[in-house]
Design a protein around this ligand. Structure first.
Ligand SMILES: [Zn+2]
Length: 99
C-alpha cells in the first residue's frame, strides 16, 4: 500500500492526462477497467455525484455489462494507493492508469 499526498497525486494526474481531472483515467483494482468522469456522466450520474464514485466504485456497479461490483474500503483490499488529504484517515483510491 502506498500512501500518497493529494498534491502529489494531483501532479501525477496532470502529468499523465492534463489539468482537467474529468479526463483522468482510473483503474479498477479488481477488473482493471479504465474509467473517467465522463464514463459515469454518460450513464446519467450527475456531475455533483461522480466525484464520490470515481476512483472509489467500479463503473461496473452502474454499467452491468462490465460484470464488476468493486468498491474500495470494503472488507477485501485490492487497491494500491491511499490518498493523504491531511485528514485523520487516508482515502482508499483506485490508482491512475499508468502509475
Ligand atoms: Zn471493476
Amino acid at each position: 500500500m502506498k500512501i500518497i499526498k493529494y498534491e502529489e497525486f494531483k501532479k501525477q494526474g496532470e502529468a499523465l492526462f492534463g489539468p482537467d481531472p474529468r479526463e483522468w483515467l482510473f483503474e479498477c483494482p479488481s477488473c482493471k477497467t479504465a474509467q473517467t468522469f465522463h464514463d459515469f456522466a454518460k450513464l446519467g450520474i450527475t456531475a455533483e455525484n461522480v466525484p464520490y464514485l470515481l476512483g472509489h466504485e467500479c463503473i461496473g456497479r452502474y454499467d452491468k455489462s462490465k460484470g464488476c461490483l468493486w468498491v474500495v474500503g470494503d472488507v477485501f483490499v485490492l487497491h494500491k494507493i491511499e490518498i493523504d488529504r491531511g485528514r485523520e484517515k487516508h482515502e482508499p483510491h483506485f490508482k491512475l492508469v499508468g502509475t
